[in-house]
Structure formats: structure tokens, C-alpha cells
Design a protein around this ligand. Sequence first.
Ligand code: OFO
Length: 165
Amino acid sequence: MKSAKVEAAINKQINEELTSAYTYLAMAGVADRLGLPGFCNWFKMQFQEELVHADKFFQFLLERDGEVKLMALPQPEVKNQTPLGLFEDALAHEQHISDCIFKLKDLARAESDHATDVFLEWFVSEQVEEEASTRGVIDQLKMVEGNKNGLFMIDRELAGRQHDA
Ligand code: OFO
């Protein structure tokens, strides 16, 4: 790639996306243990989306004649093991990822890397969507406030999520 800084930042972002995937897979496991198969499905779909995100960055690096440097993934830690806690942590995570994308975009601009700048547009829109869908579930969970019937209905709704990345 023309800019070594952008190349390093894209490699770091591949790691961020794979870390996201790994984190959501861990959350899917916790959701299943909570007896919430729909929540488990939602986090598994999210896991798959993150793999697609990582692959988009990977392919872009190849297309731009960049060097792929994969890094170790941290062990995922699921701190809040409640239905609401899982989604609050997911939102905080997505906000962190949005921040990474914005910083990467700033760097691409500073380096006059127009191709990367344009490539990142898709991710900016995707982050708006990811934050909004996660926030939507948090709103629903707050509305039912742990009521078992409400939780059951939300679980059934989340069971219907399909892979859409
Ligand atoms: Fe969740 O958007 Fe990628 O990381």
C-alpha cells in the first residue's frame, strides 16, 4: 500500500473485527446458558457479520497490494451475563468499533489515501445500523424490565434474525 500507516491500521482493524466476532461468539454461548436461544441466535448472526467485516478489510488489503499481518486475539470476556447486560456491552463494543472506523478514516484522509477513504464509507453506514439495532433491543428489554413473558417474546423475535451482512 502507498501508506505504511494506513496498511498497519487496516491490519489492526482486521484484528478488531475478529475480536468482535470472538466476543459475540462468547456472548452467544452465555445467552444459550441463560436459556435464551433467540438471543444466542442473534449473537451468532452478529459473529458471522463480524467475520464478513474482517474479510472485507482482508480483501481490500490484497487488492491494494498490502501485506496482511494477522495478530493474536484476546480471550473474550463476557462481563455482564444478563439479557440486558449482554446488549449493553454489545452497544459499548459497537461504539468502540465506530470510533476505530472514524479514526481510520481520519488517517486515510491525512495520508491522502482516497481509495481507503471511499472504502470506509460502507463501514461508517454499517456502524450506524449496528448501533441502532443493538440500541433497539436494549429499549425493548428496558420496556419489559425482566418480565418473563416479555423476555420470552423478545427471545422469539431475536430467533428470527438471519445473516444479512
Ligand atoms: Fe460490529 O461491526 Fe464490525 O466490528
